[in-house]
Each structure stands twice: as C-alpha cells, then as structure tokens.
Design a protein around this ligand. Structure first.
Ligand SMILES: Nc1ncnc2c1ncn2[C@@H]1O[C@H](COP(=O)(O)OP(=O)(O)O)[C@@H](O)[C@H]1O
Ligand SMILES: Nc1ccn([C@@H]2O[C@H](COP(=O)(O)OP(=O)(O)O)[C@@H](O)[C@H]2O)c(=O)n1
Length: 448
C-alpha cells in the first residue's frame, strides 16, 4: 500500500491553474463511495476556479495507485431525441454484465455520473468506475475490446486515472484514431470539486424517469416498438384513454407505501367498508407485460409504469361515477421509486422539498386523498418474511439497502399537490383500517 499522505496528495488542488494538452470539454464527475456518500471531482479546466474541498481519503484510495481505475461512461443523449436516449440506456444495460465477467470480473465497480459543472441536463453521462486492484494489462485490453464491440452511436467513453511523480492525479481518455487504433490522448488534471447545489441527475429526470406528462412517457414507448412488441400493446391501450377525463363525484382514495406496509390489506378493507371500487396501478390489463418492462432499462420501465397510471386514471374516472374508488399505488409510487433509484448517494442528496420534481403531473387525474402507510423497518421485514418468496428486483434492493428505502420514504413525503397523509401502519389491521377511514371522513366531504 502507498502511504495515505501520498494518496491524498494525488487529489490535492494544484497551486496554479490546471494544465492539460488537448483539453476536452470541461466536466465533473460524481462517484458513489462506501456508505452512500458522494465525492465530486472536476476534470481539466472545470475545477480551476471553484474553491476546493478537502480530498476524501476514500476517494483517493479509489482513484489513485496502487491499482488502477477506469471510467467507462455512456452519454445519456439529452434533449428531445428519445430514440438516442433509449439506445444509450440499453447500451449501458448491456455493458454492465460484461464488466462482471472475464478479466474485468476482479474489478470493483462504483456508480459514476459525469456532468457539466454549470448544471442542466446537457453533457450528462452515466457509467461506472472500475477499480483493478492488480493493475493488470488484461483489464485495459478487455475494456478496449469492449469499446471495439460498441461502434454504433452512442459510444461509451473510456478514461484511465494515473498519478504523476508529483503525486497529482490525471485522467487520460482513450480515443479511436483513424477508426482503427485506440490511443490515449493528453491527460486532464483531476481535482476534488464542491458538491453542486442540486444532484446532477435531477435536471434530466423529467426526460428519463419522472415524466411530467403522458406524452413524455408515450414518446419513450413509441421508440421501443421496433424491438419490444409489448410497447405497441401498451400504447394501444393508452391511446384508447381519453386525454381529458371527466371523473365522477365519488371520492378517490390512493394508498401508497413501501412493499409490505399493508397496502393490499388496507385497500381491500377500506373498499369493503366503503363499498368502493378497488383498482391498482399498474392495472390488470397491462400486468402480463410487467416482467418484460421490469427487465428493460429504467427509462423504459418508468415509462411503462407512468403510462399504467394514465390507464388507471381512465378506470378511476369511470368508476368514480358509480361509487367511491380505492387505488393501490398510483403516481407517487412511480415518482418516488424513480427519484430514489436515480439520485445516487444518501437522503441528503435528494432534491429539496418543493422542487418541481415532486409535483403531480398536470394532465393526470388527481385523487382526493393519498394515504402513505409507514411501518418500522423491522416490522416491514417481519411482514415480508411472513409473506413468502415472491418479490420484484427492486423490493429485494429495498431490503438490502436501507438508504434506498429511506430515499423512497422521503420522496413520498415530499410529493405535493396532492401530498401524502402518513398513517402509522404498525398497529393491528383493524386499528390501521380505522385510522385510514378516519382520514377519509375528514378529507372527503363528498362521501355519502
Ligand atoms: N396491520 C397489520 N398487522 C400485521 N400484519 C399485517 C398488517 N397489515 C398487513 N399485514 C401482513 O403483512 C404482509 C404484507 O401486507 P400487504 O397488505 O400484502 O402489503 P403490501 O400490499 O403493501 O405489499 C401480509 O402478510 C399481511 O397479512
Ligand atoms: N404505480 C406504480 C406501481 C408500481 N411501481 C413500481 O413497482 C414496484 C413495486 O410494485 P409492487 O406492485 O410489486 O409492490 P406491492 O404492491 O407488492 O407492494 C416498485 O418498484 C415501483 O417502481 C411504479 O413505478 N408505479
């Protein structure tokens, strides 16, 4: 091991403004560290002006010698080109398992985001930092071979971190020269950067997972139709739903919460008590395609769940003309899980309360009341274990990752217009039911 002081020196700020030969676009990157903290770095000129935070020793250990680290990233293709976005997301999804095989299998992987320091969605790249503890030439060879297999746009970028004799840290990007030969271009200085005011992925969320209106989600599935027949089937159902819905006079009550907080139990009991229609999102008419979409990258999966909400909206509109309506999950689930997944790091990295990302989509039928069921993590785990083995991938992650669970819960709590009314769902089924019915009576004056 190199001494800790030497590793920290690798990340120390230069005395004079950074130099670099052929400077690429100024850029920053965020690296998820153990314990879900984020370390930010500036590459090239991007870090020259900003005040430098102290180097994080964990980040130094990840980027500097001994061993070697590589950044493999894919541009998310911001803007309106939905097809390019989906191609980029599928490319990254295809690359990730390959990074766990062969000579790359010994590398440690960390989630990484490249971004422009000024904010905005432009220039965003998603990827991973690969740390090869042995600094084996096979790792570099395998990575270049992987790049060779990705010759269509969007193409991944590869950079390699190197320290110099003065203990400074540089990134050397790899570029394809003359369409045939991989060459390392001039190095760019890497220095710690302050945390940006807003997590860099947030400006991109309305195009990649928290779609602010039906058309944004629709456009994603539309570009999937050539390779995903289920996308056409879902779009046909969505297109049968009128854009402007006329809902009935009966109240619409949504029940939200993490998996195993008691939504199924409560929605059934409330529907019985109120003689209400019981609906769920995603609705039964698309459930046959759910697994297909769960296997797709996040942008496609979220578009599916978003459109599921619009289909449920039209079911709600019809049902609420005849009776009260109880809905098991709706928009808040889609948005809260998407935000918690996409925003790396811990709870404090979520967008602040009242950020537009927490606002209900303007074109989606609003419920009268949203109840958020909460239970302690220990009780939730007991309920999951009591229920049996069937779980979605994300639910398994919830269990494994309490930070993720906290981010989902806090995102739920920040949702607005309508916001969620939290109900402690730890007591007996009967007491939870009475608490929810009490809320319904208070908040839904139209209840007959
Ligand atoms: N208030 C409660 N007290 C104890 N167990 C409960 C309570 N509510 C639900 N459960 C049990 O917890 C498990 C998860 O409940 P469920 O309604 O399926 O949650 P969800 O629909 O939110 O995933 C089920 O086995 C259910 O019987
Ligand atoms: N309206 C919805 C419903 C579910 N979901 C997704 O579906 C997963 C949980 O749904 P689920 O039906 O398995 O959960 P439970 O109803 O079993 O608690 C989450 O991972 C969400 O990402 C969504 O995005 N939007």
């Amino acid at each position: 091991m190199a001494p800790a002081g030497r590793l920290l020196a690798l990340l120390a700020r230069p005395q004079s403004p950074a130099r670099a030969g052929a400077m690429a676009q100024p850029s920053c990157f965020a690296l998820e560290l153990p314990g879900c903290s984020l370390a930010h770095f500036a590459v090239g000129t991007a870090g020259a002006a900003a005040p430098a935070p102290a180097p994080d020793p964990r980040a130094a250990a990840l980027l500097g010698p001994p061993g070697r680290s590589y950044a493999l990233c894919v541009p998310v293709a911001p803007g309106r080109d939905c097809a390019a976005r989906v191609r980029a997301a599928r490319l990254l999804q295809r690359l990730l398992p390959q990074l766990r095989r062969g000579p790359l299998g010994r590398c440690q992987l960390r989630r990484m985001l490249r971004y422009c320091p000024g904010g905005g969605a432009g220039g965003l790249q998603r990827g991973v930092l690969l740390r090869d503890p042995d600094d084996s030439p096979d790792t570099r060879r395998a990575l270049l071979a992987l790049l060779d297999s990705c010759l269509e746009a969007p193409r991944p970028s590869l950079g390699e971190f190197v320290g110099d004799e003065s203990h400074r840290l540089w990134q050397r990007p790899w570029e394809l020269r003359g369409g045939r030969e991989w060459r390392q271009v001039d190095p760019e200085r890497v220095v710690p950067a302050p945390e940006p005011a807003l997590h860099p992925v947030v400006p991109d969320l309305p195009s990649s997972g928290v779609f602010p209106h039906r058309e944004a989600a629709r456009a994603v599935l539309e570009v999937c139709t050539p390779f995903l027949p289920a996308a056409r089937a879902v779009l046909e159902l969505v297109d049968q739903c009128p854009g402007r819905l006329h809902r009935g006079l009966f109240p619409v009550i949504v029940v939200e919460g993490l998996d195993a907080t008691g939504k199924t139990t409560v929605t059934r009991a409330v529907a019985d008590a109120l003689q209400a229609a019981l609906l769920k999102s995603p609705p039964a008419c698309v459930s046959q395609w759910r697994q297909t979409f769960d296997d797709e990258p996040a942008i496609v999966r979220r578009a599916f769940y978003s459109l599921g909400n619009y289909i449920v909206a039209s079911e709600i509109a019809q049902a609420s003309a005849r009776a009260p309506v109880v809905v098991d999950r709706y928009w808040h689930s889609t948005a809260a899980y998407a935000i918690a997944t996409e925003v790396s790091g811990a709870v404090q990295h979520l967008p602040p309360a009242h950020h537009p990302i927490y606002q209900w989509p303007k074109d989606l039928l609003r419920p009268d009341l949203v109840v958020l069921l909460t239970v302690s993590p220990e009780e939730r785990l007991r309920r999951i274990q009591g229920r049996g083995p069937e779980r979605t991938r994300e639910e398994e992650e919830l269990e494994a990752n309490s930070v993720f669970r906290q981010k989902v819960e806090v995102s739920y709590e920040r949702m607005e217009n309508p916001g969620c009314h939290a109900v402690d769902a730890s007591p007996s089924r009967e007491r939870v039911l009475q608490a929810v019915l009490g809320l319904v009576r208070d908040r839904c004056p139209q209840l007959p």
